[in-house]
Design a protein around this ligand. Structure first.
Ligand SMILES: Cc1cc2nc3c(=O)[nH]c(=O)nc-3n(C[C@H](O)[C@H](O)[C@H](O)COP(=O)(O)O)c2cc1C
Length: 177
């Protein structure tokens, strides 16, 4: 018999132990990404935001975006209440904003210029682009939750992106062709 895997058979790799967290982080860190911030407003009007890079466009029709949030995220808690969020892509001079929203500070919006959008989520000023989304699905997966949002509106300001690679911020050193 050749090397085909028959129905129901498990590949040998599936029997092996899972990798540890540092190996996972090292692997994942080699994928260069932009930096995004998800913001949400809770039912009581409280605001929160979280820096993320687990984000991807999911569908054009309907227009869907997917983000992955740690189950312990305060922002995830607020987003669950109102089922809406805003997604921002940060500009090259916004590493400080990324650090702020990567913290657990309760007052993350105190020094931030923002406006409340039509879906109720806070929209941060000066970003490359922002989208308002309504939550269509929340799926717990491991220690994170997959959040799928339908994009209701976008604002595109343009500019150069903030990048993240191997645990450090970076910027483009040349404009694309
Ligand atoms: C570059 C970068 C990317 C991150 N990506 C994610 C992510 O995709 N999902 C996530 O839940 N946390 C991510 N984090 C960690 C959160 O920003 C951090 O846990 C934050 O304190 C959560 O805030 P909150 O609990 O107020 O929502 C990332 C942090 C950094 C600096």
């Amino acid at each position: 018999m050749d090397a085909q895997v028959s129905a129901g058979a498990r590949a040998p790799a599936a029997e092996e132990a899972a990798i540890d967290a540092s190996e996972f982080r090292s692997f994942a860190g080699h994928f260069a990404t932009g930096v995004a911030v998800v913001t949400a407003r809770g039912a009581a009007g409280d605001l929160s935001g979280v820096t993320i890079n687990a984000v991807t466009s999911l569908s054009l029709d309907p227009p869907l975006y997917l983000v992955c949030l740690d189950n312990s995220s305060n922002t995830l808690g607020l987003l669950r209440e109102t089922r809406a969020f805003a997604l921002h892509f940060l500009a090259r001079d916004q590493a400080a904003i990324s650090r702020l929203f990567a913290s657990k500070r309760p007052d993350k919006f105190s020094g931030i210029i923002y406006a409340i959008g039509e879906t109720g989520s806070p929209i941060i000023d000066g970003v490359l682009a922002a989208a308002e989304c309504v939550v269509t699905e929340l799926t717990a997966m491991g220690d994170h939750t997959i959040v799928i949002g339908e994009v209701r509106s976008t604002r595109v300001n343009g500019g150069e992106p903030l990048l993240y690679h191997r645990g450090a911020y970076a910027v483009l050193d040349s404009a694309p062709d």
